[in-house]
Design a protein around this ligand. Structure first.
Ligand SMILES: C[S@@+](CC[C@H](N)C(=O)[O-])C[C@H]1O[C@@H](n2cnc3c(N)ncnc32)[C@H](O)[C@@H]1O
Length: 365
């Protein structure tokens, strides 16, 4: 045990503890009859220590290494993905510090998202708790996504969140990097792997189709994530946003008249044509119904009062990304315009519409 402890860089006490709780039990015997670590035990110990170093709790590690549906290769792939993600997050933290230094040097204020970036915090680990209040399946959007899945039997849902758009009649595997979001998945939801789109811990062509809903704009490298989806699945379906059209910021009155900062949130986001090319997809418009059940940013285009509600805004990442100054200003002006009748005057053509094209698109490859 002492030699294994030395090699693994842990104390003998730690090994005893793992033995007691059944995490890693030495199963071989020495010639003198003492218990010893077999090659398989050492492999398991290595996995346990790697997950521990990535910050997983003992119980979660036990579940990961004891999962009968995965093998050593699958776990190595998962560990690799988690490490690459950690490296990417460290790089992003350095970039965030550089950006914040630049912003401060210009005497400008720093948004909460910029501050979180410096901590390397995942946005959804901070705001995800507010998500289930209004975010749920919108059946008309779900129908479009499920139709695009075609006859696929195995589905990978990337950036799955709480699983709002996972079809019940297929074999689904979810991928979600945020612990808070994973923790909010219903007990009977599809199994969920902790990983990021940019480095999916699966072999080539493991799934019939990979889907991603309202998530690509959050990825550190959208094109890399889309290529990963293409690699691990034979087909790809992505529900995302089109910024190709000139003047796209003016499609929605909320961004046109109250929140121009929305454009900066999508700065650097690839064009719909570029994303389509990355996976060989065509793009189809998806209209937002006037009574959209999923509280996404565009959901309340015909119910403007909803944007005055704090709990509605907290379930939309845009508001955290633009920062409190822009948020308060936008909400105050909207409130004034609703009270004065100015909003109704400017948007009177909307009252007769049942659905609107606000730039949401389905990429199908
Ligand atoms: C707006 S939620 C959408 C969740 C779900 N797809 C839905 O439609 O309800 C965005 C999700 O993307 C996840 N996400 C952020 N960065 C990601 C990345 N690099 N790879 C995969 N998912 C990511 C977030 O943690 C969050 O759960």
């Amino acid at each position: 045990m002492g030699r294994v402890a030395d090699l693994a860089g842990v104390s003998v006490r730690t090994l005893h503890h793992y033995d007691e709780i059944g995490l890693v039990r030495p199963s071989a015997r020495t010639s003198a009859g003492y218990r010893a670590y077999s090659a398989a035990d050492v492999e398991r110990l290595r996995e346990v220590l790697a997950y521990r170093r990535l910050g997983f709790g003992l119980q979660e590690v036990g579940e990961l290494v004891g999962d009968p549906s995965t093998d050593a290769v699958a776990r190595l792939r998962q560990l690799r993905g988690l490490l690459v993600e950690r490296r990417d997050r460290t790089d992003a933290m350095v970039r965030a510090i550089d950006r914040e230094l630049e912003t401060r040097a210009k005497g400008l204020s720093v948004t909460p998202e910029e501050q979180l970036g410096v901590l390397g915090a995942r946005l959804y680990d901070v705001i995800g708790g507010a998500y289930p209040a209004t975010r749920r399946t919108e059946p008309r959007i779900a129908a479009r996504i499920w139709e695009a899945l075609g006859d696929a039997e195995t589905v990978l849902n990337v950036g799955a969140g709480t699983g709002s758009y996972e079809p019940a009649d297929r074999e689904v595997t979810a991928v979600e990097p945020s612990e808070v979001m994973r923790g909010q998945r219903p007990a009977d939801a599809a199994p969920c792997v902790a990983a990021a789109a940019e480095s999916l811990p699966f072999e080539d062509d493991s799934y019939d189709v990979a889907m991603a809903v309202s998530t690509v704009h959050h990825w550190a490298d959208p094109i890399a994530g889309l290529r990963e989806m293409r690699r691990v699945a034979r087909r790809v379906v992505v529900f995302t946003f089109d910024t190709d059209e000139p003047g796209w910021q003016d499609r929605f009155w909320l961004t046109r008249d109250y929140l121009p900062e929305f454009a900066s949130v999508l700065e650097g986001f690839p064009s719909i044509a570029g994303m389509g090319d990355a996976i060989g997809a065509r793009a189809e418009p998806v209209l937002v119904p006037w009574d959209c059940a999923d509280g996404l940013f565009e959901a309340y285009w015909r119910r403007p009062e909803a944007y005055l509600e704090e709990h509605v805004r907290r379930a939309m990442s845009v508001w955290t990304r633009v920062g409190p100054e822009a948020e308060q200003r936008a909400v105050r002006r909207l409130d004034e315009d609703l009270a004065s009748g100015r909003w109704a005057e400017r948007n009177n053509e909307l009252v007769d519409l049942d659905a609107a094209d606000l730039g949401l698109r389905l990429l199908i490859a």
